[in-house]
Design a protein. Structure first.
Length: 187
């Protein structure tokens, strides 16, 4: 009788230890995903801070391109206004901003003086570096999100996740099909 009681106690403690281990793994995965999102947020803020300087530089050279300049500012403001927890909304707004920036950079081809301007070149280089940082941060975030989502959906951790309010996160994805398209290369 005493041995049965001891075995039962050991089993209960093993189950409790297992539940605690699963819970801690879920917390760790959630915190990693939140840290990764913070990294994306920092890079997006850096890009948003560069845009007004870029727009002002272009204004002096391409005054009659007002529509493109206003669109960039509008898309920047829209991206800044999206709630930080709305991953899908932020991804969509940032995709629209990237498209508007692409049109802005295309203007430099039509204005050789603008293209030769050192301030414009520096701002463009800074934005390109920031875009690379955003891409790396997005990959890290999506990896952390994948790890969390796997834990939230996998048995037996899904039982713990459901009980303690852990949920799947959205990926930070490219919404524009043109950005996903494979470039056409011909020789």
């Amino acid at each position: 009788m005493l041995i049965t009681f001891i075995v039962l106690i050991v089993i209960v403690f093993a189950i409790i230890g297992f539940v605690i281990s699963l819970y801690n793994a879920l917390v760790r995965a959630r915190q990693t995903a939140e840290e990764a999102w913070s990294g994306i947020d920092v890079q997006l803020k850096r890009r948003a801070d560069l845009i007004p300087n870029l727009v002002e530089t272009v204004k002096g050279y391409a005054a009659h391109e007002r529509g493109t300049l206003e669109e960039v500012v509008e898309k920047r403001n829209k991206a800044q206004s999206v709630a930080s927890g709305d991953v899908a909304g932020r991804a969509e707004a940032e995709g629209e901003l990237s498209q508007a920036l692409g049109r802005l950079f295309a203007l430099s081809e039509a204005y050789p003086d603008l293209k030769a301007n050192q301030n414009f070149a520096d701002l463009q280089a800074s934005l390109e570096k920031t875009e690379t940082e955003i891409q790396m941060a997005r990959r890290y975030y999506n990896g952390a999100t994948r790890d969390l989502n796997v834990r939230v959906e996998s048995f037996p951790s899904n039982l713990i996740a459901g009980q303690f309010g852990f949920h799947k996160r959205d990926y930070f994805e490219i919404e524009d099909a043109a950005d996903r398209a494979v470039p056409d290369v011909s020789f």
